[in-house]
Design a protein around this ligand. Structure first.
Ligand code: TXA
Ligand code: MG
Length: 348
């Protein structure tokens, strides 16, 4: 299949491309679209066959449900049996935005979208292209991140192109995504609202609106409630270790690992904060990617997947990533880094 990639204005999307995307969605085809978090691979959420194609293209496990993206509250209410007071509060405060609400689903939501669960994840994205596309299509758009399953999520049109060129008809390329990590997935079917996946809206922000908020901490004995969280996600090809601890110790350990790796003819890539970059640069890793200042987690989140992808593109065998504070948005960043490392976390 030939993939058309068009540049679309993020603030004032050209209507011609919105129309073309919406037509494809209505015809049961797939369209890659920008959201404020990451790019999504969209299909008509009410068309089971179109949604099955999403799973085929991504190579995604069948039991991993899709988020239904909506452009107004009426659309959301049609997808759920109970539009609860908590849902209304969250929608008022955080939509459009990086928050997905898990609620009891209606029969309008095909089983393929809910991964066979009785619930559906709903989100109103804060991106003019995504919102206008949903509006023009007139249907909710089911969209997982537009990467091949297991790869880091795409935060630029070029990332989508690399993963999906030849597999889908249209990519709407609006440049880089503002947030850079995926939405927070919040389960509102429990007595206490529970974060299934940390993301762009922080636990602290949710607590301000909802009071007590729990975090689903899957243990070895208990499966995570968001099926997607059990897969090794966000993973680069290289062997990634996450280093946590005092800066000077993290740097010393990284310097030691650069030497060890390079002496075995391995390419060693570093993902670090601005504060550690100058000193690490001096020790000549094969790639040094600055995620951002440790005082600016939004910047780190925005660069995270680009950094992971770059390590792959430049063939890093070993990747050493510097941990950041896990407060606020840092919680989502550390969640992704721990997953990318396959739990290889070194406390120094
Ligand atoms: O920011 C985002 O959420 C992006 C953009 C495109 O909106 N989408 C995204 O979708 O990250 P995806 O499919 O890559 O991740 C969705 C996560 C998965 O971990 C999935 O298991 C969980 O949300 N999820 C979706 N529906 C669920 C449900 N009904 N119950 C529990 N978890 C659910
Ligand atoms: Mg994903």
């Amino acid at each position: 299949m030939e993939t058309k990639r068009v540049t679309i204005d993020a603030q004032k999307p050209e209507f011609q491309w919105i129309q073309e995307g919406a037509r494809l969605i209505r015809e049961g085809k797939l369209v890659a679209l920008p959201t404020e978090t990451v790019y999504g691979l969209g299909a008509n959420a009410m068309d089971a066959e179109a949604c099955r194609e999403i799973f085929r293209v991504k190579g995604r496990p069948q039991d991993n449900p899709l988020i239904a993206h909506i452009s107004d509250l009426d659309m959301a209410k049609k997808l759920t049996k109970h539009w609860t007071p908590q849902a209304a509060l969250c929608a008022e405060r955080f939509w459009p935005g990086p928050l997905t609400l898990v609620l009891e689903k209606t029969d309008l939501v095909p089983d393929v979208v809910s991964g066979g669960l009785g619930t559906v994840g709903i989100r109103m994205p804060k991106h003019p292209v995504a919102l206008q596309l949903i509006q023009e299509a007139g249907v909710p758009i089911a969209a997982p991140s537009a990467n091949l399953s297991g790869k880091p999520s795409p935060t630029k049109g070029s990332h989508v192109w690399k993963d999906l060129n030849g597999k889908i008809p249209l990519i709407l390329d609006a440049g880089a995504c503002a947030v850079g990590v995926e939405s927070t997935v919040l389960d509102l079917t429990e007595e206490v609202p529970t974060i299934l996946r940390p993301g762009g809206i922080t636990k602290e922000q949710l607590e301000e609106v909802l009071g007590e908020v729990a975090v689903d901490h899957p243990s070895e004995l208990q499966a995570p409630k968001a099926p997607g969280m059990k897969y090794r996600h966000y993973a680069p090809k290289g062997d990634l270790t996450l280093l946590i601890g005092e800066r000077t110790k993290v740097i010393s350990k990284m310097v030691e690992e650069i030497r060890k790796g390079q002496s075995r003819l391995k390419k060693v890539g570093i993902l670090c904060t601005l504060e550690s970059a100058a000193e690490l640069h001096y020790h000549l890793p094969d790639l040094l990617y600055v995620l951002g200042s440790e005082s600016n987690p939004a910047e780190v989140a925005g660069n995270l997947y680009e950094g992971l992808r770059l390590c792959d593109e430049q063939g890093m065998d070993i990747i050493l990533a510097e941990g950041v504070s896990d407060k606020g948005l840092g919680f989502a960043i550390m969640n992704r880094l721990i997953k990318a490392s396959g739990q290889k976390v070194l406390r120094v």
